[in-house]
Every structure is written in structure tokens, then in C-alpha cells.
Design a protein around this ligand. Sequence first.
Ligand SMILES: CC(C)(COP(=O)(O)OP(=O)(O)OC[C@H]1O[C@@H](n2cnc3c(N)ncnc32)[C@H](O)[C@@H]1OP(=O)(O)O)[C@@H](O)C(=O)NCCC(=O)NCCS
Length: 163
Amino acid sequence: MPPAFTIAEVPASRGGDHDHPVSFEARTPDGRLVGTVLARRAPMAIAYFEALEQGMQPVDYADELDRVAFLDHVEVAESERRHAVATALLAAIEPVLVGRGVRVLFGGIGRGADSVPTAAFFERRGFQVLQTGQRLPGFFGRRWTLPHTAEPHNWVFARLPRK
Ligand SMILES: CC(C)(COP(=O)(O)OP(=O)(O)OC[C@H]1O[C@@H](n2cnc3c(N)ncnc32)[C@H](O)[C@@H]1OP(=O)(O)O)[C@@H](O)C(=O)NCCC(=O)NCCS
């Protein structure tokens, strides 16, 4: 049976100059949008470039800035859930991130979200789901969120293979 949806890369609809976003969407054969995924640079990496632009001398992240990426969102229309749409979206975006040299992908389960099924999804996809209130650990000896980054219900992260 052919898949009930197709996955395609699309220009990311939000983000500033340094966000370096990548986005995919899933549509039914008749063109109905059923899911999207968007990843971009980590908040700390974006702040690094903005600080440079403003003539500041931020802590040097050297070549590490793109070793970590932020999963801004992955969302599937309620009527289409449990049909592997989000699985296909992540399977599409991860190789693009790996191609950029990303080794860790992290995101947050929103406070408004139904966190139990979402956590089940991320676990199934090989992400580590942190306890509520647990802070995102450092990766490669660095922090990747900013002091004012909103704390989600749960941080999640996955290690990606080397390119
Ligand atoms: C989380 C979300 C993206 C999952 O999308 P999906 O297309 O339904 O996920 P998949 O069908 O690819 O699920 C893959 C596996 O994850 C697990 N899973 C997904 N949804 C689940 C649920 N509601 N309860 C339990 N396990 C679930 C299952 O193991 C599932 O495999 P199975 O259906 O063979 O059992 C979707 O529920 C959603 O859009 N939620 C609201 C937005 C959100 O919270 N996004 C994440 C934070 S940005």
C-alpha cells in the first residue's frame, strides 16, 4: 500500500539570520498538510552570532556551534496521529542535520502539551526524556540554552550519528 502522505523539505517560515532552520512537512496526496517539523540552531549558538554582530566578544564556541541543534517543533494533525507521520518527519530531518555535523538534537515538550504521549513518542524515537524540572545537560562541555530560555515541561535529546 503506498504511504498516505508524502514528506518534502520546505523553506522554514520563521527564524532570523542566524537560525539556520530546516523544515519538512507531510501532506496527503490531495495536498492537505498533516504534519511539520522544524529544527534550527541552539539558542546559545544564535546568541553567539548576534553578539559577534554587535561587536561583542562572546565565549568562543569555535567549531562546536553546529554540533547541537534545537528541535523547535514536530507536530501532526490530531486526526492523523499514530500513523507514523512524525516518525517519517524525524527520519527526514535527521540526515540533513547529520549532514551539517549535528551530533545532538534537543527539544522540549511544551507545558501545554499532553506530555505523556509526547514523551512516549520521543522515547520510541530514541530520545532521552528528562524528568520535569530537570535542566538540559551540557553537551561537548558547553551549555546550549540561555539563562532566559523558557523551561519546558520536559527536555528531550538524542545523539545523532557522525556524518
Ligand atoms: C507527538 C506527536 C508529534 C507524535 O506524532 P505521530 O505522527 O502520532 O507519531 P507516530 O505515529 O510517528 O508515533 C511513533 C511511535 O511513538 C509512540 N507514540 C506516539 N504517539 C503516542 C501516544 N499518543 N501514546 C503512546 N505512544 C505514542 C508510539 O510508540 C508510536 O508507535 P506505534 O503507533 O507503532 O505504537 C503528536 O502526538 C503531536 O503532534 N503531538 C502534539 C504536539 C507535540 O506535543 N509535539 C512535540 C513537542 S514539539
